[in-house]
Design a protein around this ligand. Structure first.
Ligand code: AMP
Length: 550
């Protein structure tokens, strides 16, 4: 396929807003493509160059692209930027610039789809000191041979922003229609392969090729996700359910073949280099070839630390060895997607779990299966007491659905906590709330003294703000700029996500995400929270890994 034909398809698609029409159009193009063209067309039309499992990047930012465009159009980079600002779109800017230029140029080498793809792969693979220069030269070569319309889509593809509105769903339906295969088969193959392009190639071969898809080690699969729900509903619907701790760390997917292993993050980035200790632990946990799904948590003095500590390790590029000593990471494996060449995602959880327990020796997250709500509630209580986030409930008969946030995995976490606190000060509101107080300083008590703890500015309706203003306006005892101080009388119930150690307030604590819940007119100042009880809460919370400061 010529790149010009591809560009014309894009132009048509750009003019269509209806999804069905888009699907129709794509489905008429696909059957005419050669097997090696199909994956490229499908990815390009979604504005992607590489398969979704691939971490490969083209490595061309707007700066580099603008420089190359300037060269080809015979103008300065600044003028290119001006043109882009004028048109609001790099594609249109390139098209217009190439149009002006083509008045003076007569020679073009014809670009075809496969060649463009290979050139782009070549650009992505350029590494080292001189790579920036080489990349610019390669982009110049491509744009130099492009007709204006081709330039429009080439530039957008290079920035991976095609903006013609073709998403994965439309591509799935178009593949199904083009090759007369079931769309559920296409979807399933997409989940296993994580590459719509390759799925199109298989669909052309026939339904059997789609049925026979296998996960490929080192091509990460999207993670299955969870919804919120309730234990009682899950038992009512499924009878027996499986409960596991919900670890507050970072999701991982571990791929191992022989002694070669890689680790991928929730966003499917390759994080192997940052986590040599975890890789080693998992390599030692099995002699088999596997793909495992799990959550890494950080441990200090035997207790889980909050997920920020884990994230810090995931992002580490330098001094990894030092970091492994400072923050100990432990994997918790809760699923297996592939074992010794066999794809397991369609097996029920119960079967996958059996394989996991038989073939992996360590780091398996404990699981309790029961239809008794009291048993599951106990797992939940144990999880919180041991410092975890809550529990995950899973349907024993369910397959592993990559990328899906369905009802087969349900998360159960505690509600946010609340504190009753005295209102000791406020700041005047702004805009339409300028006639009332907008943000409030709230305090706990310590041996008869009021200790400021937090500011609360969210969670109020206009009516509540008016009511609070009415109650407080005659209690102002001092003013300073926009700030006022009250003779304390009113108690607020304040919700928060987390208690944090802080030097901002004398008590040594601050609230994360404080939110007004309601006025506690049933409470007086002696009833408000004490600093001591807040310290206790903080300790409990540190135990439950939610507020520990690394
Ligand atoms: P959330 O991020 O709140 O939507 O919760 C889902 C996340 O919980 C998953 O993506 C995992 O990172 C994490 N998680 C922790 N423990 C488990 C578990 N036992 N099973 C599945 N996911 C878990």
């Amino acid at each position: 396929m010529l790149f010009m034909e591809f560009s014309k398809s894009c132009e048509k698609l750009e003019g269509i807003s209806g999804r069905l029409e888009m699907i129709d159009l794509i489905s008429t193009v696909l059957p005419n493509l050669a097997p090696e063209e199909l994956p490229i067309f499908v990815r390009f039309v979604m504005g992607r160059i590489f398969p979704d499992w691939s971490a490969q990047k083209l490595g061309i930012g707007p700066n580099l692209l603008n420089e190359a465009i300037g060269y080809v159009a015979g103008i300065k980079k600044e003028q290119v930027i001006e043109k882009i600002n004028q048109t609001g779109d790099v594609g249109q800017a390139v098209e217009e610039l190439l149009m002006e230029k083509s008045m003076t140029t007569f020679f073009h080498e014809e670009l075809d789809l496969v060649r463009v793809y290979h050139e782009l792969v070549g650009i992505a693979e350029m590494e080292g000191k001189k790579s920036q220069r080489e990349k610019i030269l390669a982009v110049r070569r491509l744009l130099g041979n492009a007709h204006p319309l081709e330039g429009r889509y080439l530039a957008r593809i290079m920035l991976e922003e095609l903006r013609i509105g073709v998403g994965e769903g439309s591509v799935r339906e178009a593949i199904a229609k083009a090759f007369s295969v079931e769309s559920t088969l296409v979807e399933h193959a997409m989940q296993a392969l994580n590459d719509s392009g390759e799925v199109a190639r298989l669909a052309k071969i026939g339904p059997d090729a789609l049925i026979d898809v296998h996960i490929t080690p080192f091509h990460p699969v999207r993670m299955m996700l969870a919804q919120q729900g309730a234990i009682s509903d899950m038992i009512a619907e499924h009878g027996q359910i499986a409960a596991e701790y919900k670890y507050d760390g970072s999701r991982f997917q571990f791929h191992k073949k022989g002694n070669w292993a890689r680790m991928y993050s929730r966003r499917l980035e390759d994080v192997t280099g940052a986590l040599p200790d975890v890789i080693e632990q998992l390599l030692g946990s099995t002699d088999h070839d596997v793909i495992l799904d799990g959550e890494v948590i950080a441990i200090k003095d035997g207790k889980p630390m909050p997920f920020q500590s884990v994230l810090r390790r995931f992002r580490r590029r330098h001094d990894v060895a030092e970091a492994t000593v400072a923050i100990e990471l432990v994997p918790n494996v809760f699923d297996i997607l592939w074992l010794d060449g066999e794809t397991l995602i369609d097996l029920p959880l119960t079967e996958r779990r059996k394989k996991l327990e038989s073939f992996v020796k360590m780091f398996i997250a404990p699981q309790v299966v029961s239809s008794d709500a009291a048993v599951i509630e106990n797992v939940y209580a144990d999880a919180i007491a041991a410092g975890h986030e809550g529990i995950m409930i899973k349907v024993p008969a369910s397959p592993y659905s990559p990328g899906q946030r369905g009802k087969n995995w349900i998360k159960i976490k505690p509600e946010v906590d609340t504190l009753d606190l005295a209102v000791i000060g406020a700041e005047w509101g702004e805009g339409k709330r300028a006639h009332a107080f907008g943000s409030f300083l709230v305090a706990c008590q310590d041996e008869g003294k009021l200790i400021p703890l937090s500011r609360v500015a969210t969670g109020f309706s206009d009516e509540q703000l008016a009511e609070v203003y009415g109650l407080l306006k005659d209690t102002v005892i001092a003013k300073s700029g926009k700030e006022v101080t009250f003779e304390p009388s009113l108690v607020f119930e304040v919700g928060y996500a987390e208690l944090q150690a802080s030097t901002n307030y004398n008590g040594g604590f601050a609230l994360r995400f404080p939110r007004f819940i309601r006025i506690r007119d049933d409470k007086d100042l002696p009833d408000i929270e004490t600093l001591e009880s807040i310290r206790d809460r903080y300790k409990r919370q540190a135990n439950s890994a939610q507020a520990y400061k690394a």
